[in-house]
Design a protein around this ligand. Sequence first.
Ligand code: ZN
Length: 289
Amino acid sequence: MKIANLNSRAVLLVEGDGGATAVDIATASGGRFGPEPRKVFEQWTEFSAWVTDAELTGGDRFDPAELEAPVPDPRQVFAIGLNYRDHAKEAKLDAPEHLVVFTKFASSLAGPNVTVELPSDSVDYETELVVVIGREVHQADLDTAQAAIAGYAVGQDYSERAVQLRGPAPQFSLGKSYRNFAPFGPAVTTADEVSDPGSLRITATLERPREEGSETIPLQDGTTADLIFPVAQIIADLSQVVTLHPGDLIFTGTPAGVGAPRGLFLRPGDALTSTIEGVGSITNRFVGR
Ligand code: ZN
């Protein structure tokens, strides 16, 4: 099942003969769930029971460009740094013993296919599996943590490296929170449809304009099997300190292939497509300031 946000209303995306259509959740449930997207996750147990038996017909065609952030207003956004072995290696750092945690401020959240304005010439990309929480958790063990996952989305952790790394203490949260620096989607793919979140292929590809036509540059090609802290471990570890709420988001880290180590940064005119096997694809275009 895929839950998306169309015109600030929660919808179910239903695959049909001529492509996907969107079924408005509030309408289909007679007002029981939604219309605000976060409300669906706040009633996750009840919603999951309802949707299993619901007869969903009469979906509307939609333009994927109009999809908005699947949860536009979570109470908390967590992001994990240095969480893939191959990425820690390319950053020339040891694999961390404990979670490296920062936030992407909520105002940086955006729909899956937004255009991103580049504040400088040192903006980098990080393709990430995003976890959406469906149950309150505090001091959870691994089983409870796993059961708290509503679903997954594809996210980008765009990062302005100069601000991120400027002293006297690194400014991860600030450098990663420019407007539209946290696009995710295209929908929340529910956990029951992702048989093993620990073995998903995760890729990013850049389309860069040239004098004639454009060039396709492969950027990242990793697997969530390389995660240092798998998703359930992240939730369990975070929950030893904080309480996680339904609708909260976790950007779980990025595999190797980011731009900084090879001097490749995003430019106006670029288009970047991020894909996670079984979860979906998002595409962002870039303009200058
Ligand atoms: Zn990241």
